[in-house]
Design a protein around this ligand. Structure first.
Ligand code: MG
Length: 203
């Protein structure tokens, strides 16, 4: 299993809990309906990879997301992650009203930067994704329908969160396919100061 790093120390991630449709612009971009309730799905920890795959049966779509590490029922670490998606298959599954695991939970369906301790005011976090030096995605809690704190509360109503579980908070507009050889750089800022920078190369 792929380990991750929090505050300089390796850990094995637990389950990955993902929020879907959390940014209005992304909902419009994919032509989805506005959700009545928070959209939630999970990836198993076997989905976590160090590598950014460009293809797995079909071309993969990237979704850059602000991610949180859970411990003691709280958000204790922050990082940036890519929710990799088989978009064609997901669209087929959606049409049939079937679960998304085949399109979202496969080996290699999630990759993360290192995590650092959460700063005091989560509303001052922002993140960007550049592909080959071009800004493709940017997001922050002010653009989210459900803030990180609200996500934690809502999840806790029906699901136990264990230490080392990870929450992915949804993606803003600008998703697209991963190209082999492309350089992906994810950055997280706190109050405009760089907190995290991580590079992946599409493989
Ligand atoms: Mg996503």
């Amino acid at each position: 299993m792929t380990s991750l790093v929090f505050n300089g120390e390796a850990f094995l991630p637990g389950k990955i809990v993902c929020v879907g449709r959390n940014y209005v612009d992304h909902i419009k971009e994919l032509g989805n309906d506005m959700p009545d309730d928070m959209v939630v799905f999970c990836k198993p920890n076997t989905a976590v990879s160090d590598s950014l795959l460009a293809e797995q049966d079909e071309p993969l779509h990237y979704e850059a997301e602000l991610c949180f590490l859970v411990s003691d029922d709280d958000l204790t670490g922050v990082g940036i992650g890519l929710d990799l998606t088989k978009r064609n298959l997901q669209n087929e599954l959606k049409k049939k009203g079937l679960p998304w695991e085949r399109a979202k939970a496969f080996d290699g369906a999630a990759t993360f930067s290192y995590f650092v301790p959460v700063p005091e005011d989560l509303s001052k976090l922002t993140f960007t994704l550049h592909i080959d030096n071009e800004l493709m995605q940017q997001g922050d809690p002010s653009l989210m329908i459900y803030s990180p704190e609200t996500i934690l509360l809502e999840l806790s109503r029906f699901m136990t969160l264990n230490d080392d579980d990870i929450i992915m908070t949804g993606t803003p507009k600008g998703v697209g396919t991963v190209k082999e050889g492309s350089q992906f750089v994810g950055r997280v800022y706190y109050d405009h100061e760089l907190l995290i920078e991580h590079t992946w190369i599409g493989q």
